[in-house]
Design a binder for this molecule. Sequence first.
Ligand code: GAP
Length: 456
Amino acid sequence: MVSFDDVVSLMKRRGFVFPGSDLYGGLANTYDYGPAGVELLRNIKNLWWNEFVTKRPDMVGIDASLISHHKIWEASGHVGGFADAMVDCKNCKTRMRADHLIEDFSHKNVEGFTTDQLDEIIRTDKVPCPKCGKVGMWTAVRKFNLLFPVQLGIVEGDQSQAYLRGETAQGMFINFKNVMDSTRVKLPFGIAQLGKSFRNEITLGNSVFRTIEFEQGEIEYFMRPPKTDEEWLVPYQEWKNAMWDFVTNKLGITQENLRWRVHSDEERSFYSKRTEDLEYNFPFGGFKELWGLAYRTDYDLSQHIKFSGKDLTVMDPQTGQRFTPHVIEPAVGISRLFLMILCDCYRVDNEKKRIVLALPKHLAPYKAAVFPLLANKEELVHKAKEVFTLLSQNMHVAWDDRGNIGKRYLSQDEIGTPACVTIDFQTLEDNSVTVRDRDTAHQKRVTIDELKGILL
Ligand code: GAP
């Protein structure tokens, strides 16, 4: 298995991810995506949107506000219950999630445990502080709400209290009627959204795996209330298949590094009839949640009907009776897909002494890189610029005229560029260039006319 430290080091070295607010000493659990990272992230998002919205007749998209009414989060249950159980070390002031602390030290699954139960385990197992090593210095376990409150300056009274959204999902529920009224959709159909969510999380520092600001891709798939389990299990299984297909076939992830895990009764939210996580075997701590799939019944729409006083029911055209649609929700963290892809594609080529990021071509930040053999030969640079302009009409191309060709290859290998095109003196004579393949490092000579066909 790859070393996670090596992946993180490549992410910084090659401009995928930088620590947030780096210039000022960093800001915990925040990250900035660099030039290579922003391209990879965008490619993942475009692929997700393309597969789950563009290609499907039963899906539409929205882009809801990040700042939202406090009532939304009261209705959803986030204001009352969206909390992590935390402990602080009285000696060194380290703050930790109590479940992570116990899982790491005692290897016990404490999903669904009360704060009293967590306290008891920390005491009886004599769990030490992972930072200073002291035992018996933990505060009592306390609940810590994850929502980020924001105060709206120009609005008076109760209305001034809003929240940064803690999930994109609520945007779909509160716009369910708007979408029904403004489009020609009919049940079953889904609303999808890609965008930032915010949670005031205490994290374990595994890069972008768990951050306080992160990108989600969520789908709320609305359907008539099923009469039997068999009825909802059909779309549930279809979504499971679609998620698996996306991760294995579209993202090209190694199947052995993936597994499904069904939530236990204690772990599952009370309104969910079934929840499963698609997990990836990350090189830190093993299998971890990547993508959740939950059958949320009619809980969310019912809550918003109750809190808003508005009618979000749908009329059955045959019987004339109204019903509240039920929902299946596939919810993924785009930043987790990003981290998984970097871990899965990281290769060490000992023979050629290089690191290769074996990204599928459609995900690579650049599809090709163009090099003039020598940067100080005007005629080579001129010709290489022509090739760059030609290719960049159809694909994202990198330009590099710094240092020797070997170093240029190594840096493109590390950001996963599938092909490097070099313009040399022979190009000036016969319009041919060398194309070097990332994975094999083999080179072949082709004409400029053939290039697009080969690279696309
Ligand atoms: N609407 C349901 C929902 O938000 P979730 O399991 O809390 O469910 C869905 O989040 C997905 O979002 C997770 O499977 C994970 O991939 C991602 N995610 C959640 N919290 C995250 C965080 N703090 N940082 C990065 N990704 C996160």
